[in-house]
Design a protein around this ligand. Structure first.
Ligand SMILES: Nc1ncnc2c1ncn2[C@@H]1O[C@H](COP(=O)(O)OP(=O)(O)OP(=O)(O)O)[C@@H](O)[C@H]1O
Ligand SMILES: [Mg+2]
Length: 391
């Protein structure tokens, strides 16, 4: 009996223990499941966020690719284009439907570019200046690891403006050196002759002394013009004040009247009261250069007419002459620095070829435009349009 009671008690304890264990196991399971669910939701949210970020980044990359002016191309190992932005497609005039089947070597025929791509396979990278459709491009080409195989990344940047600026800079340096060389050689030569006592005769002293003076003046004019040009280019003087064009023209005309008389050229003027916002000394310089040219490149008995008037929103400043005129083929070049139609004739008249370049820069400084009409043997007319001063 006692034995049975003990057995029942043991059985009861075991059942109870089992039940309690089952209960706590269930509880643990429930908690575990809840925990896992929470983790899953967090992971899903994280995944969603990553997906959204990825889409956003892809969108940004696509936007950059679409709107960047630089051209990007990615080639696979067989030189087929795997990625090309709009700018690259346009640059090489590539048909998108041919991308999967054709290599870059059959899609374009720009030899220096294709040579650079070939070279990259051997050397790993290449940098090449190439010309496409009259524009200059710097191509940066590099071999890269594209996850499971090699490929090539190509970046093309339009450098036309900097190539042009570099050319102008080189020409400018060469021209300045050339312009400096001649007067300096004359000054040095006669200086040495004076120093060694070879020139003693009073007449010779006067003659060669005058030559040294003339060449020194040329140097000074040249230096002044170069300094002026760089000042205008740098926009150093930016202070704009009301400028009365009629007054400026009268001042410049009286300044140049003696020179005109010497050349037997008549100065005529037809100037209205017109005002602009500008830099007075620049405007005077513009007028001096235009009127000086009209007097200088004229014939005895010739005339120069200065016209100032307003037309709509613009001031019109026109200098017309009946001088020697400018040949057609030279007309597009006369605003270039150091360009002279007849170098020897201009030199003999003291010109450096910077005057009209200064005029053009001054016009642009005042947001104006300049135009030229000329006929060889008949005369020249240069018209500058400047925005009128608002009243
Ligand atoms: N009114 C004009 N008639 C004929 N030729 C002109 C006239 N104005 C300019 N030219 C030509 O254009 C060239 C350039 O003119 P620009 O004023 O720049 O230089 P320059 O007169 O030779 O020298 P600088 O003005 O620097 O003393 C001149 O050398 C001349 O050949
Ligand atoms: Mg001149």
């Amino acid at each position: 009996m006692e034995y049975l009671l003990i057995l029942s008690l043991v059985l009861l304890t075991c059942t109870l223990g089992y039940a309690i264990r089952c209960k706590s196991f269930e509880e643990r399971l429930r908690r575990e499941r809840h925990h896992l669910q929470k983790k899953l939701v967090t992971a899903q949210q994280k995944n969603e966020r990553l997906k959204q970020n990825l889409q956003k980044e892809q969108g940004i990359i696509q936007l950059i690719q679409k709107h960047m002016t630089e051209s990007i191309l990615i080639l696979d190992d067989c030189d087929k284009i795997t990625l090309a932005n709009d700018s690259a497609m346009e640059l090489f005039s590539i048909d998108r439907t041919l991308l999967e089947t054709h290599s870059i070597f059959t899609l374009t025929d720009y030899k220096p570019f294709l040579d650079a791509v070939r070279m990259t396979k051997k050397e790993g990278s290449a940098r090449q200046l190439i010309s496409i459709g009259g524009e200059d491009y710097r191509a940066y080409i590099r071999r890269v690891d594209l996850t499971d195989r090699n490929g090539t990344i190509i970046l093309l940047i339009n450098v036309t403006d900097s190539v042009k600026a570099e050319k102008i800079r080189r020409e400018f340096t060469a021209n300045v050196s050339h312009e400096l060389k001649t007067p300096l050689t004359v000054i040095k030569g006669f200086g040495e002759m004076f120093g060694s006592g070879l020139i003693r005769d009073t007449e010779d002293v006067q003659k060669y002394g005058a030559m040294i003076q003339r060449e020194s003046e040329r140097l000074l004019f040249l230096m002044n013009d170069i300094i002026r040009l760089s000042e205008i280019e740098e926009h150093i003087e930016t202070h704009l004040t009301p400028v009365n064009l009629r007054k400026a023209a009268e001042e410049v005309t009286s300044l140049l009247s003696q020179r005109a008389q010497q050349n037997q050229v008549t100065l005529l003027s037809d100037c209205q009261e017109v005002c602009i916002m500008g830099n007075e000394s620049y405007i005077q310089e513009l007028l001096i250069n235009l009127i000086d040219n009209a007097v200088k490149y004229n014939n005895p008995g010739g005339w120069v007419r200065i016209v100032i008037k307003s037309e709509g929103e613009q001031a019109v400043l026109c200098v017309k002459d009946n001088g020697i005129g400018i040949p057609k083929e030279a007309q597009s070049r006369i605003f270039e620095r150091f360009y002279r139609v007849d170098r020897s004739r201009s030199r003999e008249r003291g010109g450096t070829g910077l005057g009209l370049s200064i005029v053009k820069h001054i016009t642009e400084y005042h947001r104006g435009t300049i135009s030229l009409k000329s006929e060889l043997g008949t005369g020249t007319e240069i018209t500058v349009l400047l925005p009128l001063k608002q009243t």
